[in-house]
Design a binder for this molecule. Structure first.
Ligand code: C2E
Ligand code: CA
Ligand code: CA
Length: 571
């Protein structure tokens, strides 16, 4: 691996300096002065200089640059060097006889200047030495541009070099490619970090080899994400196989599967990062597939991308214009003889003026990913609190409402305070406001989340674990979790349709867990009477699902409240 420091030493230990001057006498004088301590190269004009500089990137320690030259002058050379991420790290000293040019040169990025005629060799040598030293120190301090583990470029530099490649080969058709490992975190967990690192190293070495041959660049973004910028190829199957081949040497360990996303024949008018986002987008699409390992960015994905952009664009306005509508779906208690309205879940809908009704399944994950979810959620939380108040005022009955909380919401410093304010503004008891937090959140950010949940609960709110059973919470972890209600993941109820002994067993087990934790269980996604009876038999406490009602607008929901009131009056 080429460390940033290595570049500064020429083969025989002497540093390499390039002298650029159109007058032979100047080249000779400087060459004579320098030759004892340095290896010296010469150029007669700017054009020649740049060629030599490019050839010696990595080993050239300094350029002495004349300003006035035919073909290409010194200022033009400085301009080019400044634009180039590789070249801009090579320091240069300007050779000038004009006082006025000094300031301009220093502004243009010159490290120092040497005045002509060259009548003070000691001063000149001292300046040269000082400049080289400073630059080497500086380059050492700077974060290296390569990733320590794999020797590939790191994020920042990768993009720069990819752009550089375009600059040098504007006519070349290129592909943006992302490569990562399926469930890399599992490999780390199963076999340890050291093994994980060795896998990454191995992959890095392969990628370096391939990319070097093909004339591309490669970088490691984070963890197991590699990006490659390549001259276009029609088929990546072989390449992916090559990457994977050596990784299966250790038969005692699980097979390592890699995944590749390709954005072929990139549109060079799009930003470089964006091109790779497209490759990753394609790859995301096969995240859970056990059969495909290469995915291409195509028209379908382009459409999806366009829709996403549109939705992000329209978000601000949608909030202002109240295009978001909160629907409510009832949850019924089924432990008694007749089902009783227990609470409602607030579920957002987007009534888009041009696109029509948009399901949260489309925009929620998008806004979560882009860090925009908080605005939407706060809108719903506020709306829901006001609704509970309105119903309370109108019917004298408090129908508790549960709202959904996204994983990222909990990082807001005023997370708990915001809920407390809502309660105060609407004169509500926190007991009438539940927070649904999806199970996977518990496994990802356990510590932070647990703190928040404790704070919420001590403020009096009830916390419901959503989608329980879809994640990987261990029994061990569950027993210490501060939660008030468990909500079974819908897939269990869906599977029940097959009416298989095994599926019912699993449900039974889930409900047993809830009992063991002393918390009530809600089943959602209940569509048939049969499911409902089965769940009742198993000891489920509450039901939410189409069997009772779909999520409906607030006004429609009022019929359930009226029914409940009638029921109360009858008893
Ligand atoms: P979720 O929290 O698991 O919500 C349950 C989903 O199941 C809802 O879908 C609901 O309409 C649907 N559902 C209810 N009963 C049945 C049934 O009997 N059969 C079937 N097939 N489906 C049923 P929806 O409203 O499309 O919401 C999807 C997801 O979007 C929600 O899943 C939730 O994760 C998210 N979401 C909805 N509103 C919000 C919100 O305001 N904030 C956040 N962060 N997420 C929200
Ligand atoms: Ca929910
Ligand atoms: Ca759910």
């Amino acid at each position: 691996m080429l460390k940033s420091h290595d570049r500064f030493f020429a083969v025989d230990g002497k540093r390499l300096v390039l002298v650029v001057d159109d007058e032979e006498i100047n080249r000779e004088m400087l060459g004579f002065m320098l030759s004892e301590n340095y290896n010296v190269l010469f150029a007669e004009n700017g054009k020649e200089a740049l060629e030599i500089i490019r050839e010696h990137v990595g080993v050239l320690s300094l350029v002495l640059l004349d300003l006035m030259m035919p073909e290409m002058d010194g200022f033009a050379v400085m301009e080019v060097m400044k634009q180039d991420p590789e070249l801009k790290k090579i320091p240069y000293i300007v050779l000038t006889s004009e006082k006025a040019a000094e300031v301009r040169s220093l502004r243009a990025g010159a490290a120092d200047f040497i005045t002509k005629p060259f009548d003070q060799p000691e001063v000149i040598l001292a300046r040269i030495q000082k400049t080289i030293e400073l630059s080497e120190d500086n380059n050492l301090i700077q974060i290296t541009e390569r990733d320590n583990l794999t020797g590939l470029f790191n994020r920042e530099y990768f993009y720069q070099y990819a752009e550089q490649l375009d600059l040098h080969h504007p006519d070349r058709t290129m592909d943006a490619v992302s490569v990562d490992i399926n469930h890399f975190h599992l490999i780390n967990e199963l076999y340890g970090w050291e093994y994980g690192d060795s896998v990454l190293k191995e992959i890095g070495a392969r990628i370096r080899q391939v990319v070097g041959k093909a004339g591309g660049v490669a970088g490691r973004m984070d963890a197991d994400m590699f990006l490659l910028y390549f001259p276009h190829s029609d088929d990546y199957t072989q390449l992916l196989e090559d990457f994977q081949k050596g990784l299966m040497k250790d038969k005692s360990k699980a097979r390592i599967r890699m995944r590749m996303g390709v954005y072929p024949e990139v549109d060079k008018s799009t930003k470089i990062e964006r091109r790779f986002d497209r490759a990753k987008l394609a790859s995301d699409n096969i995240r859970n597939s056990y059969t495909s390992f290469i995915a291409y960015y195509d028209d379908k994905l382009r459409e999806k991308e366009l829709l996403s952009e549109r939705l992000i664009n329209d978000l601000e306005r949608a909030i202002e214009e109240r295009q978001f509508i909160v629907f409510y779906q009832p949850k019924y208690g089924i432990t008694g003889d007749t089902p009783r309205l227990g609470s409602a879940e607030a579920l957002i809908r987007w009534k888009h003026p041009e696109l029509g009704m948009i399901s949260p399944g489309i925009f929620i994950p998008l806004f979560e990913e882009k860090g925009l979810i908080q605005k939407v959620d706060r809108y719903v939380w506020k709306e829901a609190a006001e609704q509970v108040r309105r119903w309370k005022e109108k019917y004298g009955l408090t129908v508790p409402v549960s709202v959904n909380v996204s994983r990222v919401d909990i990082y807001a410093p005023d997370f708990v305070e915001n809920f407390l304010n809502l309660m105060q503004e609407n004169g509500l008891d926190p007991k009438s406001y539940y927070l649904e937090i999806t199970e996977s959140a518990y496994t990802e950010d356990a510590a932070q989340l647990l703190d928040m949940i404790r704070a919420l609960r001590s403020a009096g709110f009830l916390v419901e674990m959503d989608d329980f059973g879809s994640g990987y919470s261990s029994l061990n972890m569950l027993s210490t979790l501060p939660i008030d209600i468990l909500k079974l993941d819908m897939s269990f109820i869906r599977n029940m349709r097959s009416n298989q002994e095994k599926d019912i067993r699993i449900l039974e087990l889930m409900i047993d867990i809830a009992r063991y934790l002393h918390v009530p269980v809600v089943a959602e996604g209940v569509e048939t009477e049969e499911q409902m009876n089965q769940l009742k038999k198993l000891g489920c406490d509450m039901i939410q699902g189409y069997y009772f009602s779909k999520p409906v607008p607030a006004e429609e929901f009022e019929q359930f409240i009226r029914e409940e009131l009638e029921h109360n009056a009858d008893n």
